[in-house]
Design a protein around this ligand. Sequence first.
Ligand code: ADP
Ligand code: MG
Length: 376
Amino acid sequence: MAQRVAVNDVNGSKRTSRVRVAVRLRPYMDKQDEKGEGPCVRGLGPQSLEITNWRNATETLQYQFDVFHGEQTTQQEVFLSSVKPLIPHILNGQNASVFAYGPTGAGKTHTMLGNQDNPGVIPRAVREVFQLVNTQERDQDEWKFSVEMSYLEIYNEKVLDLLSPSSQDLPIREDKDRNIVIPGLTLTRLSSFSDFHTHFVPASLNRTTASTKLNQRSSRSHAILLIKVVKSQRVPPHRQLTGKLYLVDLAGSEDNRRTGNQGIRLKESGAINLSLFTLSKVVDSLNAGTVGRVPYRDSKLTRLLQDSLGGSAHSVMITNIAPEYKYYFDTFTALNFAAKSKQIVNRPFVRETVAAPTNVTGKRSREEQEAGGPGE
Ligand code: ADP
Ligand code: MG
């Protein structure tokens, strides 16, 4: 029988928890469009986009999400809207998780990691953690904080420690308080943001080197950064609160079976499909708000995230998509996973972008204008 999932948060109040879903469209790239077909996706507003309907060229499919980040969206805007609001909870003994989902080439690593000029969610989130910790330590003498990190990868349903690359597949356990723990995983104490940088950069380089050797392993494994904040009371009764933040760059969501993989590649595809498929079931079941078995145990990824996804945790999934036709089917699949609602609209796809001037020409019908065309 269906009923709402109710959990007790630290204040004892009942609340339900769902996964917020944001979609980010990366800018159109000429070199991804050899046939010069132009984009097949465009934004409509702060929560919606449209994509050509491959079944019928006179129709488009319109989708609604919690948030839509158009191609002009900056790294800072993505951080402010989707991630920054989660950080204070970590300093208060609650857990949170942020995932980048989507096909290879759609912008997951750009969103999570970014580059020197345009840092992504990970460096911004860690910086914010230290900023809040420093402010709170200054303002509240009673509490002290410690910040720690782990960095791991799930590859072929194996849990591998990226801070200790020679380690073997690690077990995932649940302790008596229902916290998920990984015995043997390196947990490194961090004293500042630059300290984080020092540990994180070589570990992510490890991963990139492995990727070129092992045939794009980076797009076939889930990279998981854990930032753990322990808040301890300096005076009796010496309360201690632990909050965890998971920042996850997921494996590519494209259907690897379509590309004719064999042998080890096919085995990988199976493993990737299992964990992403299970993640989609978990997110669906949390967002439907029904009690039934949430299938966390069906994959390593969801088992690992069990205490930080659903329950009293705060979660955001950023689905990254690309606008070129060669990504069409993977985009379509990703949108169907991410959407709150979908609607078929009878009008041909209009080749304009959100940023284009809203200079109404004979090309746009009245219906389109009523549907609230571009211009937000
Ligand atoms: P993924 O990790 O999903 O495979 P990447 O993050 O590597 O995809 O992105 C693919 C390419 O597109 C990279 O060259 C990246 O720099 C570029 N890119 C992705 N998103 C954006 C964006 N929002 N703005 C500019 N370039 C982007
Ligand atoms: Mg990537």
